[in-house]
Design a protein around this ligand. Sequence first.
Ligand code: DGY
Length: 326
Amino acid sequence: MMRPLIYATRRLPDEAVTMLLASGELSSWDSAEQPVPREQLLASIGSVEGLLSLITDRIDSEVLAAAPRLRVIANMAVGYDNIDVAACTARGVLVTNTPNVLTETTADLAWALILAAARRIVEGQKLIESGGWGPWHPMQLVGVDVFGATLGVVGAGRIGTAVLRRGVGFGMRLSYHNRRPNLELEAKTGAAYRDLDTLLAESDIIVVTVPLNAETRSMFGAREFALMKPRAVFVNVARGAVVREDALVEALRSGQIWAAGLDVFEREPIGPDHPFLSLPNVVTVPHIGSASIATRTRMATLAAENLVAALHGQPVPNPINPEAWV
Ligand code: DGY
C-alpha cells in the first residue's frame, strides 16, 4: 500500500500516533506543549501530503506554498478559524475538523464557568488562601442564583444545545439566538428563539458558543454589554475574538454586568498582567473547554481518522470543504 508522508504539528496522544504510523510515514514536531515554530513548520512540509494541525497553527497561503504536495489538513479541533479554508479550497486541499466528540465536555466547562462566576467560587478560594476568612456573616460573598434564572445561549450548534439541555435540570427559562432558528434545538431543549438584543436584555446568564468568522468577530462590544442586566453573568467558551475585551473589562469594572467566566481570549495565552486578572468578578481558565482525557484523546484519533481516510481515498468523516476535491 502507498505510504503517504504525514506531518503532525505537535506530539499527539499515543492512540493517534499509532493510527498515523499504521498508514503513513509520520514525522512531527516533538513537543506536546509548545507549538512548532513557523520557520520549522515551513521547512518540514515540503513533501508532505497530510498535515495534522492544531488551533495554534496559522495555516495560510504561505503554508500552502511551502507544501506543494499537500492534499489534506486535519485540524484537531471543532473550530477552524486558524485555517484559511478559501485558500485551501482554491489549492484543492481538503480541510477536516473534529466535531461531536467534544460537545458534552465543552458544555460541562461552560457550566463550570457559569457556576463559578455566579457563585464567586474563585473569590471564596482566594479568601481562604489569603487567611482572610473571618466569622460567617450574612452577606459574605453573596452571588446570583443560577437555579430558576434565564439562560440565553448565543450560537445554536451542538455545544449551544448541550449547554441549554443542562439548563433544564436547573429549572431555567431557556432562550437562544442564532442566525436562523434551529427547530431541532427547540425540540430538544424547549428553548425559545430571541433576536440578539432581546436575548441580551432578558437573560441572567449569557453563554457564547458561536464559531469565529467575519460575522461574529467583535460581536460583543460596549453596545451589547450596555443591553445586559446589571446582574448578568457572561460566559464565553467560543473564541476570544468574538468579544471586544476592552469593552468587557469596562463593563465588569463599572458594574454594568455582574461577572464573567472566560475560557478563551483574543490573544492566547494571556498572562497575569491581563486586565481580566485584576477583576475579582472574572473567572478565567486557559482554553480548556474540551480538555478531558477521554475527549482530547478522541479529538486526536478523530483528526487521525480524517487524515488517513482522505489520504487513502476512503469516505472522510468530517470534511469542511468537500468541494476542494470535486
Ligand atoms: C475547538 O475544538 O475548537 C476548541 O477550541 C479546542 O478544543
